[in-house]
Design a protein around this ligand. Sequence first.
Ligand code: SF4
Ligand code: SF4
Length: 312
Amino acid sequence: MKELVVISGKGGTGKTSIVASLAVLAKRAVLVDCDVDAADLHLVLEPRVVRREDFVSGGKARVMPGHCTACGKCEELCRFDAIYFDGPGNGRVARTFRVDRLACEGCGVCVDFCDERAIEFRPEVCGQWFVSETRCGPMVHARLGVAAENSGKLVTQLRKVSQEVARSKGLELIICDGSPGIGCPVIASLTGASLALLVVEPTISGLHDFERIAQLCRRLGVPGLMAVNKSDLNAEMADRLEAAARRCGIEPIGRVPYDPEVTRAQVACRSVVETSGGPAARAIAAIWRPVEGRLRSCAASEAAGLVQLRAK
Ligand code: SF4
Ligand code: SF4
């Protein structure tokens, strides 16, 4: 089984539009939306949910007013200023402390240091994850609750479920819409993947983001390819991006020009390769060929590695 992760280093590069097109071109793949903080692949693929599960993670502190002596130690120790002196009284003290659940980061320090054991800490339902059917194949996706954290853990859960779905349906490819940035969710998206496709925009910040994400791929040992989206907006910067990619050992495989057909397709809840034969659609189809070729060679080298391992 191969996992292609499409990443961008930042939001707004058109990564998800390209993922939706690749999903159509791949024909038989499991799709997984690991951009859990701003999931939007479902807007194009119109999933029909067939399985729905709660995502339980982390926890939030809660002061039990009946046990609190209002010593104030928890307020002092909370680095996130999540504890306030405005809880109800309890017969011994006029007021107790209270946790602001939106501000609480779930570090657990207050729980450990409360001598009265007056703070409880329970795992929380932070959102839901889904397995759905789409016109392009099964899709695994999620919805995080308001102000919910632990999205790296959710990404890991989604990838695990997508692998189970791929196995159960006999599908050999997973296409993952990776998280933006270089933090925990994108590390969770990339770790152990077969191949990363870096979708970048031709701007100074695009170059900066590319360098950060390329470094992350190198550290995680994930081979990468790069495509410049809306490349004609700044051809000189597209050249610089491609030169930077070569220096990092990442192969530039194409440029997708700005094309209003991409937006028209989105409005119609379709990918551009389904609605148009225009420049963006043709460029994405041209990008898919080297991606597919590289995935095949990953599979071949994995198989050769397995044979060698068995022979030892
Ligand atoms: S440390 Fe415990 S007892 Fe002290 S104020 Fe906080 S919750 Fe109350
Ligand atoms: S768990 Fe951490 S962040 Fe939450 S209230 Fe306690 S000390 Fe503050």
